[in-house]
Structures are given as C-alpha cells and as structure tokens.
Design a protein around this ligand. Structure first.
Ligand code: HEC
Length: 155
C-alpha cells in the first residue's frame, strides 16, 4: 500500500513539474527569447541586427546597405555604401558606437547620419554593427589575413 502511495506521489510531482515547465515556455515573452538567442551565436546576432537595420537604417542606406535607400536621393552627402568592405573594415567598433550614439557630428561627419544608436541597448548596438560588418564580402578578418600575407611576402 505504501509503495503505491509513493508511486502516486512521484507521479503527481513529475506531472506538476512538466506542466509548470510547459507553462513557462509558453509565457516567455518573445523579446526575452530573442535576447537569449542573440547571446548564443554570432549568426543570431547578425539576424537581430538585420531587423534593426531594415527598420532604422534602410530608408537611407538601403536594405542591402548599398547606400540606395528611398531617402538617399535627396541626401548630400550620400549615405555610405556599407557593402564596401575595405571602408567598413577600416572603421573600428568604438568608432561605429560613437557614430551610432552621437550621429555623424560625433565623428566629424554629416548630421544627416542620425544618432539612432542613442536609443539602443548595448546588445542592439552590437548586433547592428555585426550586421553592417556582415554586408561586406571583404571582412576585417580577411583583410588582416591579406595584410599578414603581404607582410610575409615583403620580408
Ligand atoms: C536619415 C538617413 C540615415 C539613416 C536613417 C542612417 N544613416 Fe548612416 N549615414 C547617412 C549619411 C548621409 C552618411 C554619410 C555621412 C558623411 O559621409 O558625412 C551615413 C554614414 C554612415 C556610416 C559611415 C560613417 C563614416 O564614418 O563614414 C555608417 C557606418 C552608417 N551610416 C551606419 C548607419 C546605421 C547602422 C544606421 C541605422 C542605425 C544608419 N546609418 C542610419 C544617413 C543615414
């Protein structure tokens, strides 16, 4: 008899745990779930950055970052072509954070580049920068490797 009670109790506890676990998964806010993913992989970081970019940067820079957004026509200077790996690779993360938080004037560029990063979290800034870097075929790492090769050749 006691054995059956223990079994029954065990069953109840396990069922309760499963139900509360399922509940938690169901009620996890989407935003939170996304943040967890972002922290996990660089790919997820780029995907989150792309969402931000399309929403906040594409009107000027274009969805693909080529500097051909709908507003680009009337802008002078033109929004940068962010697929230019050589150029983007020459900008450090610190520089980009300064640019995004303070707008063009923070880095002696045009005020037409707005301080949209001021309203972003550190994580959002990191993901939008990761996306911008993903736009250029010529990644900074590639550039470094090329530089090293050249240095090796010359001596
Ligand atoms: C209202 C239009 C506009 C929006 C929106 C915009 N930009 Fe720009 N961006 C510009 C212009 C114009 C320039 C060129 C500034 C210059 O050369 O003086 C620029 C330049 C840049 C540069 C190059 C800076 C440099 O030192 O040459 C980067 C990187 C950049 N933008 C990223 C972004 C990102 C990321 C976003 C979204 C968070 C964004 N921009 C949103 C207009 C815009």
């Amino acid at each position: 008899m006691q054995k059956i009670l223990v079994l029954l109790l065990g069953f109840v506890v396990v069922t309760a745990l499963v139900i509360s676990g399922a509940n938690q998964a169901l009620t996890m806010p989407e935003e939170k779930a996304e943040a967890v993913k972002v922290a996990k992989t660089p790919e997820a970081l780029v995907v989150a950055g792309q969402k931000l970019f399309v929403a906040q940067c594409a009107s000027c820079h274009g969805e693909g970052g080529k500097g051909d957004g709908v507003a680009a026509e009337v802008l002078d200077p033109k929004p940068r072509d962010l697929t230019d790996g050589e150029y983007v690779g020459s900008l450090t993360d610190e520089y980009m954070i300064k640019l995004l938080k303070g707008g063009g004037p923070a880095v002696e560029k045009s005020p037409l580049m707005p301080p949209l990063g001021a309203a972003m979290t550190e994580e959002q800034l990191g993901s939008v920068i990761a996306f911008v870097r993903s736009l250029s075929a010529e990644k900074p790492e590639t550039k470094e490797a090329v530089k090293e090769q050249e240095a090796a050749k010359s001596d």
